[in-house]
Unconditional design. Structure first.
Length: 415
């Protein structure tokens, strides 16, 4: 199978020193993800190059592949490489191929021994998934808050998790809250409450249930987060190349954010089966609030969806609306892909750097609805919020409306 991509005799000879079964696993992964033939050739050549070099510099452990050895190969060997010319020398693809080999072959055959803390959070993540039912992003956030607590406990107090007390917990919350917004404080306290409850219920700390946590209140400051103007939104939409299939995909993703106020995760998660084409209704998968969310599809967004599906979307068995047009061809895009497409559109549209936050589009949607006279209730419904307080964060003081209802200041003697 290697000979289908590698024809150089030097590379083929060197490849015989490696396990052909491992090469088969590596190659099948690349082919299943639809990597181009040129990319597969460079990846195979880089792997062969690395192990050929290792056999000359570390004969006892030449099959070992770790971060230090990869860095030595990329930064020290490649710049002064005197291997045969057919050995691939590109640093970017070299690192990518070796990291992928390490993930597929080295780490799977020699799994890293988990530390006690890693073991704790692996079990906690399983609990969050199977018992609480949280989505990936929420589980990552809760584990992150838990790790930050244990790091502070170890560095500031020199304690272990089984020595955690209620007073330690309160001290940490007040310490962290000094630099957080109200929303972040709420998220942190909620996450820590869940984490400490798990620790207590599994006898890993001495804090008794139920767990009582303080909830500090910071001084509220109205956010100076201006919405994008109508002209800026138009410039963003006009920056996409609708003659290319990727341009049609990115334009449609931008329409989802601008016309419906979707999050990037919601946009990436749209599947064809959840679009009612005749009724022009989109049903979003359960997200943060674990509830389905149905939204009408505006005309321009609907037209862009139809155009992309009929004239731009690659043929694939994947049911996601938005998929990759290059390797891994036909797989569903991630939130990073959506975010990257919008940020590039910001650049092309000439939006200033301090206004290029992707989430600003969602704020803009809420502000437009508020300016059109909508109350918080329908705005919360469109944004998919259960709490009106969540929607308040996306709206801003409408100065023009306040001027209309403001009473004139009484002149002297009028009181």
């Amino acid at each position: 199978m290697i000979s289908d991509y590698i024809s150089c005799p030097d590379l083929l000879i060197e490849s015989e020193n490696l396990s052909q079964a491992e090469f088969k696993t590596f190659l099948e992964f690349l082919e299943s993800r639809h990597y181009s033939k040129g990319t597969i050739q460079s990846y195979l050549s880089c792997v062969i190059h690395y192990f050929s070099w290792q056999r000359t510099v570390d004969k006892a452990n030449w099959l070992v592949l770790n971060e230090d050895k990869i860095n030595a190969f990329i930064h020290h060997h490649l710049p002064q490489c005197k291997c045969p010319p057919s050995f691939h020398r590109a640093r970017t693809s070299g690192r990518a191929s070796l990291m992928l080999w390490r993930k597929l072959i080295t780490d799977s055959s020699c799994p890293r021994e988990l530390s006690p803390e890693d073991t704790l959070f692996k079990a906690y993540d399983t609990y969050l998934s199977s018992v609480i039912g949280l989505v990936d992003a929420s589980r990552m956030a809760r584990c992150r808050y838990g790790r930050e607590l244990l790091i502070w406990l170890r560095q500031a107090l020199g304690k272990r998790v089984n020595e955690l007390t209620q007073q330690d917990l309160a001290t940490y919350i007040y310490h962290r809250s000094s630099s957080l917004s109200q929303g972040s404080i709420t998220a942190m306290v909620s996450a820590l409450g869940c984490f400490v409850t798990y620790l207590s219920s599994t006898d890993q700390c001495s804090i008794s249930l139920p767990v009582y946590l303080p909830r500090p209140k910071p001084i509220y400051i109205i956010p100076a987060y201006e919405a994008l103007t109508k002209e800026e939104l138009t410039s963003i939409l006009q920056s996409f190349d609708l003659s290319s299939s990727i341009g049609k995909r990115d334009y449609c993703m931008a329409r989802c954010l601008i016309d419906l106020g979707l999050r990037t995760a919601d946009t990436a998660g749209i599947i064809l089966d959840n679009i009612e084409w005749h009724q022009r209704v989109l049903t979003l998968k359960p997200g943060k609030n674990h509830q389905q969310h149905r939204l009408p599809i505006p005309d321009l967004l609907f037209e862009s969806m139809v155009d992309y599906v009929q004239s731009g979307r690659p043929s694939t068995r994947n049911r996601a609306l938005f998929v990759y047009h290059r390797a891994p061809l036909g797989e569903a895009v991630t939130t990073a892909t959506v975010r990257g497409a919008i940020r590039r559109a910001f650049e092309r549209a000439g939006i200033p750097g301090d206004r290029q936050q992707v989430h600003r589009i969602r704020h803009t949607m809420a502000t437009r609805l508020l300016s059109a006279g909508q109350s918080i209730k329908p705005i919360a419904d469109v944004l998919g919020h259960q709490s009106y307080e969540s929607s308040n964060r996306y709206t801003h003081v409408d100065i023009d409306s306040l001027k209309e209802v403001a009473m004139p200041w009484p002149e002297g003697g009028a009181l």
